[in-house]
Write a protein that binds this ligand. Structure first.
Ligand SMILES: Cc1cc2nc3c(=O)[nH]c(=O)nc-3n(C[C@H](O)[C@H](O)[C@H](O)COP(=O)(O)OP(=O)(O)OC[C@H]3O[C@@H](n4cnc5c(N)ncnc54)[C@H](O)[C@@H]3O)c2cc1C
Ligand SMILES: NC(=O)c1ccc[n+]([C@@H]2O[C@H](COP(=O)([O-])OP(=O)(O)OC[C@H]3O[C@@H](n4cnc5c(N)ncnc54)[C@H](O)[C@@H]3O)[C@@H](O)[C@H]2O)c1
Length: 443
């Protein structure tokens, strides 16, 4: 039976990064992957999504400048866009696997099941290790309703050969908002059906309201307070039905009501690892309830957002811990972004929390549409909410909305993590005219 120092289960951004770090410590490392090497982000998540966002950007930027130097806005050709997207996704799996192999890491294809805390089964093979790291990520969740087999998922959307005339997303989270923006820019009639009145719940209510208005102006239709209970197939496509009498006809329906951790097929009971529908339970060393088994990334039950750089941060932490650094994991302020024509980005303390402690925090709420940075693009929506500490002057939180907010939020993340004050910022010269050169007017 083959034996390793560490076996990593799952070759996504978390597992992949950890494998290189542990190999650099001269450990005998193997990675097991059951699907595409590279995991969700580069194959069926962030990266292909952002390729589609590039086409949306080109169209919307041009639209805003029609009559201001641009003659006509371009149209998105979905078939060509998909071909372009494939040039990014097609090489990922083989390239990732080869990269690991070339670094001297053992790569094994197959699904893992634990036999005990030191042994796994992969196909016919049993493999032993001193330590295991579970980095199996998450998969699209499917609502338990009649006709659920008709649901398509985010993975299907990102390889959809043609854009349907009418497209519906059930569940108003990151994926629904991002794909709705893409699909409507590509010419589809788009619906988002959400079970309550609070989509994108983690983001500030006022910002989400602005985003909804913008999407509505682009033709997206929202249906709030609707619990879809059945999907019926018919000649035109599908009918979505609720017990309260809601009915909607669509050509395709996507379940975008959250993702579920891949912790249920690993036979974790055999290894003494505690897990639930929320993910694998870990302590502040990312150690599971089995002493020699750790977990990182989207498969972990945690309060931090489940994002690629968070999986990478945990991989980096765990490599340090296994090398002997005993400190508990502490997360920096984590920026999160909803992509679309206007990005909605936030980091640090939210305005809703700061409002409760007005003695401690100052909140600036600014419409930026008339600022040079956004007026030159004739952007319809540019907004910033910035929260600073009254005591130190340091920035502690921000939420930003603009076509540049996905990049711009990173300056705020650095300012928060570095506890930068306006005085510190004055010591930096930013290139001008850029969004960053507006920083001193915002903080
Ligand atoms: C549509 C979409 C868009 C997204 N956009 C963004 C974004 O813009 N920015 C961002 O930061 N994040 C984004 N995310 C989230 C991001 O993709 C994840 O947070 C990230 O991929 C998590 O990395 P991971 O390594 O923890 O897990 P994953 O990337 O999911 O990798 C886990 C791997 O484990 C494998 N595996 C599972 N079970 C087993 C088993 N039993 N045996 C062997 N292998 C197994 C899987 O096949 C997979 O390859 C997006 C996700 C989706 C779906
Ligand atoms: N830009 C990014 O960073 C990005 C983009 C896409 C995905 N992701 C990651 O993937 C995760 C999953 O994305 P997602 O959009 O599927 O999930 P999500 O958790 O962001 O949103 C799911 C939404 O569905 C709603 N919902 C739940 N049950 C429902 C029902 N029965 N009917 C209608 N609505 C229902 C929830 O209230 C929630 O608002 C994200 O949380 C994030 O971790 C990140």
């Amino acid at each position: 039976m083959e034996k390793f120092d560490v076996v990593i289960i799952g070759a996504g951004p978390g597992g992949g990064a950890l494998a290189y770090d542990l190999k650099a410590q001269n450990l005998k490392v193997a990675v097991v992957e059951e699907n595409l090497w590279g995991g969700t982000c580069p194959n069926r998540g962030c990266d292909p999504k952002k390729v589609l966002i590039s086409a949306l950007d080109a169209k919307r930027h041009a639209e805003h400048l029609v009559g201001k130097g641009i003659q006509k806005a371009p149209e998105i050709n979905w078939v060509d866009l998909m071909k372009f997207e494939k040039t990014f996704t097609d090489p990922v799996s083989s390239g990732t696997k080869k990269g690991l192999e070339d670094a001297g890491i053992t790569v094994i294809d197959g699904s893992v099941k634990f036999k005990d805390a030191h042994t796994i089964q992969v196909g016919e093979k049993q493999i032993q290790a001193d330590k295991f790291v579970i980095a199996t990520g998450a998969r699209p969740g499917i609502l338990e309703i009649d006709g659920k087999k008709h649901f398509k998922t985010s993975t299907d959307f990102l390889k959809m050969p043609t854009m349907p005339k009418i497209i519906t997303f059930v569940g108003g989270g990151y994926i629904a908002f991002e794909f709705a923006a893409i699909a409507s820019a590509a010419g589809a009639q788009v619906h988002i059906v959400h079970h309550n009145d609070r989509p994108l719940k983690a983001f500030p209510k006022a910002d989400v309201k602005r985003l909804i208005s913008q999407l509505e102006e682009n033709g997206v239709q929202f249906h709030f307070g609707v619990d879809v209970s059945r999907i019926d197939k018919n000649a035109q496509g599908f009918e979505l039905v609720s017990a309260q009498g809601f009915s909607l006809q669509t050509n395709e329906v996507f379940c975008t009501a959250g993702r579920v951790p891949n912790d249920d097929a690993l036979a974790l009971e055999q290894a003494g690892v505690t897990y639930s529908k929320r993910g694998i339970q870990v302590n502040d060393h990312l150690q599971t309830t089995a002493e020699n088994i750790f977990a990182i990334g989207d498969v972990v039950d945690k309060s931090q957002p489940k994002l690629t750089p968070v999986s990478g941060f945990e991989a980096q932490y765990l490599a340090g811990y296994l090398a002997g650094n005993q400190a508990a994991i502490t997360y920096p302020a984590i920026p999160t972004v909803v992509y679309g024509e206007t990005r909605l980005a936030m980091v640090g303390i939210k305005a809703s929390e700061a409002e409760k402690d007005a003695d401690q925090f100052e909140i600036k709420d600014l419409d930026l549409t008339s600022w040079f940075t956004y007026r030159r693009l004739n952007e319809p929506l540019a907004h910033a909410t910035v929260i600073t500490s009254r005591k130190t002057g340091a920035v502690v939180g921000a939420s930003l909305m603009s076509s540049e907010a996905d990049d711009f939020i990173n300056y705020f993340a650095m300012a928060i993590n570095g506890q930068l004050t306006p005085e510190n910022l004055k010591q930096t010269i930013f290139s001008y005219p850029t969004a960053a050169s507006d920083l001193s007017y915002l903080i």
